[in-house]
Design a protein around this ligand. Structure first.
Ligand code: UTP
Length: 291
């Protein structure tokens, strides 16, 4: 039975150091996949899952994100004056409704757990989603929708992906108590374990549903791996307090927080586009790679 998850938090306060120098003056979340910024895909996905309120946790130098989700009156007027009505219209069609978007600022990037904690006053007493814009999904059913459809209405849920080999050490990993196929019951999470210490091969990827109980843990402001306030630690605690599930996501995920993942996403999304597929395919063939 699908439960209502109405609010989503988008943590966008990080430094994006793996993409320097482009992220010196441009927020990582504004890097484009083809012609839409990463954050745009995350907001579209949230909307497709029924999210009504959008809460951004921003930081220094991130004002381009606010501008992206606002009217650009001058540009729209200019386009209209040139007869480009459809182009002007297409710029505002996807904007969140007035009063349905909120921005709060993480004054220092102290970690993902801290970023989510900064949104606490916007949440109230209801489960909410968290979407990390650097994980982008190509999926028949959008990732968060898969989660919301499977969510029981109680406790927490994370998106999970099977990771083979030593790569598991780059993720938060699920300690599974019961495997029911698509959905698993979780008793804990471990952040970036050594491959031999990983409790399973199921890694957490950047979509979450959690209850406000998570703030009881985050209020303590405890630091974890890398000296950061880790969301994984808070969720691991939450899994001991309430029902907690992982769901194997159907579809392909691109880790756009790293450069090769970002480039892969650009190719994959461009190949989905009728206006780009032929040109790009013939270019890739001309490279003769793997021939
Ligand atoms: P990452 O850890 O991948 O982003 O966080 P980062 O720290 O910006 O990137 P690198 O590792 O230095 O290259 C995933 C998401 O969480 C946000 C980021 O903005 C990104 O959207 N985040 C991370 C915060 O909002 N605050 C933080 O303190 C850390």
């Amino acid at each position: 039975m699908a439960a209502s998850v109405r609010k989503a938090v988008f943590p966008v306060g990080g430094l994006g150091t793996r993409f320097l120098p482009v992220t010196k003056a441009l927020p990582k979340e504004m890097l484009p996949i083809v012609d839409k910024p990463l954050i745009h895909y995350a907001v579209e996905e949230a909307r497709a899952a029924g999210i009504e309120e959008f809460i951004f946790v921003t930081g220094k130098g991130k004002s381009a994100i606010e501008d992206h989700f606002d009217h650009s009156s001058e540009l729209e007027a200019l386009l209209r004056s040139r007869g480009k009505e459809e182009a002007a219209e297409s710029l505002s069609r996807w904007l969140p409704a007035p009063g349905k978007v909120a921005y709060t600022r993480q004054q220092e990037p102290l970690g993902l757990g801290h970023a989510v904690w900064c949104a606490r006053h916007f949440i109230g007493d209801e489960p909410f989603a968290v979407l990390l814009p650097d994980d982008v999904f190509l999926a028949a059913v959008p990732c968060l929708k898969q989660m919301v459809d499977a969510y029981s209405g109680r406790g927490g849920m994370v998106a999970a992906e099977t990771i083979t080999g030593a790569d598991i050490s780059n993720y938060g990993v699920l300690d599974v108590s019961d495997d029911n196929g698509a959905v698993v019951s979780v008793r804990g999470l471990v952040e970036k374990p050594k491959p031999e210490d990983a409790p399973s091969n199921l890694a957490v990827v950047g979509r979450y549903i959690m209850t406000p109980k998570v703030f009881d843990y985050l209020d303590r402001q405890e630091t974890g791996a890398g000296g950061e306030i880790q969301l994984t630690d808070a969720l691991s605690w939450l899994a001991t307090e309430e029902e907690f599930a992982g769901i194997r996501i159907e579809g392909e995920r691109f880790d756009c927080g790293k450069r090769t993942g970002y480039l892969r996403a650009n190719i994959a999304f461009a190949l989905q586009r009728d206006d780009m597929r032929d040109d790009l395919t013939s270019y890739i063939r001309s490279l003769g790679i793997g021939a």
